[in-house]
Design a binder for this molecule. Structure first.
Ligand SMILES: Cc1ncc(COP(=O)(O)O)c(C=O)c1O
Length: 410
């Protein structure tokens, strides 16, 4: 048998510049941790509440009522019934009229972010990125050869004074950022929700410097007790901000469905650039049916209750086992708690000590646009089984105690 020619080395000679920037490693998109571990690591939905029966009912309806269109190509803007349902529902949520022409259905928000990057970015372009941030999106932006300028956050969210400084600096050099990427609501990893005055300032700055805002709203609908302030998309009148949303966290990650809402002109350019023949017309109709029947909203209400209960149980564990070692600001929704360790304790050491006790928790430079991590741990409370939370927090507390004791002994 002849040796295969296409070894990784030969392949490296022909791959694209984008593939070369990213390298051969397949990105570890959040996947369930298997085995006897208690996982506070992935931003994954609660397993027992996955809506199988809801989807069976909606699928049956689609097959009985709309089979032909559901099984045909539907164009690159995505299936019209879902775009219409999203436009109607979003008009109510956003408090501004959202037209079908502003909505494009995509294969998950990660895909929507990729299409926006493809439409706007050339190598060397500048993107402002709230930092810390979701590593997957920063990786996508990086693959286009864009320069990412971090904008630091405090406990309330992105510091708009620093944003203004960076925008002004760019303008003084005759440049502008193509867009600002941020997660203003129930942020990943920091959990915080940006207050209204900062939102208004971001939109003002986007207008002043003619820059788009890419508002990633993967967790926006999962608020617990109070609705978040208006989106940047709504505050911009649907003009300077593109909001990217997902059915991943409110229905199921496996559907691979999300949507973008933005100016008609940009939405049309994004659709014009797509070469994937549009996202699934079948699944799009199934989700549209779940929206129209009211079942999606019922399900989201149930999820809010479940995630609040999980958060409360985690907070109880922090009070009992971890209070001497860390502080945090309570999130108003979403999946994440951002734990700040007390001075002298290292987050990597705590992560390792927790791993040794079969507890997994997020940490590290991948969350930061400049690759320099702070002393935080990201605790995802969404995926862990309710009945494992107490034990997991107990072990995390032991891990923290061990690291604190070693630090004291130095
Ligand atoms: C902030 C944020 N944006 C986007 C995504 C991608 O989600 P999806 O492509 O499943 O919609 C995730 C997934 O964890 C996320 O946390």
């Amino acid at each position: 048998m002849t040796e295969p020619y296409w070894t990784p080395e030969h392949l490296e000679e022909v791959v694209s510049a984008r593939a070369r920037i990213l390298g051969p490693a397949v990105w570890a998109a959040a996947a369930p941790d298997r085995g006897p571990v208690i996982s506070f690591s992935g931003g994954l939905p609660d397993i027992p509440s996955l809506p199988g029966e809801l989807l069976v009912r909606a699928t049956k309806w689609v097959v009985e009522n709309d089979e032909k269109e559901a099984l045909e190509y539907n164009g690159t803007f995505g299936p019209r019934p879902l775009r219409e349902a999203i436009a109607e529902r979003s008009s109510a949520i956003e408090g501004i009229p959202v037209s079908v022409d502003q909505v494009m259905v995509v294969s998950g928000s990660a895909h929507g972010i990729g299409v926006m990057c493809e439409t706007l970015l050339d190598p060397g372009d500048v993107v402002l990125v709230e930092s810390p941030n979701f590593p997957g999106s920063m990786r996508t932006i990086r693959s286009f050869g864009a320069v990412q300028i971090p904008v630091a956050m405090d406990e309330l969210g992105m510091r708009v004074d620093l944003l203004e400084e960076e925008m002004k600096k760019l303008a003084d050099q005759g440049k502008r950022a193509k867009f600002l990427y941020c997660i203003p609501t129930h942020q990943n990893p920091a959990g915080c929700t940006l207050p209204m005055d900062r939102r208004e300032r971001i939109v003002e700055l986007a207008r002043e410097y003619n820059t788009f805002v890419l508002e990633d709203d993967a967790y926006g609908e999962l608020w617990f007790e109070k609705t978040p302030p208006p989106s940047l998309f709504a505050l911009s009148g649907g003009d300077h901000a593109v909001k990217i949303s997902s059915f991943s966290k409110i229905l199921a990650t496996g559907l691979r469905l999300g949507w973008t809402m933005g100016p008609v002109s940009l939405t049309a350019r994004m659709a014009a650039l797509r070469y994937d023949m549009g996202s699934s017309s079948f699944l799009g109709r199934v989700v549209a049916r779940a929206m129209r029947s009211g079942e999606l909203d019922d399900h989201i209400r149930e999820l809010r209750r479940i995630y609040l209960r999980k958060l409360e149980r985690v907070e109880d564990g922090i009070r009992r086992y971890c209070a001497d070692y860390c502080t945090y600001t309570r999130p108003d929704g979403g999946f994440f708690l951002w734990l700040m360790l007390r001075p002298g304790m290292n987050s990597r050491d705590v992560q390792m000590a927790a791993n040794a006790r079969n507890v997994i928790i997020g940490q590290g430079p991948q969350f930061f646009a400049d690759g320099v991590s702070t002393n935080h741990l990201r605790l995802a409370f969404s995926y862990v089984a309710m009945e494992d939370i107490e034990e997991g927090m107990h072990r995390l507390g032991e891990a923290m105690a061990e690291v604190a004791a070693k630090g004291a002994g130095k």
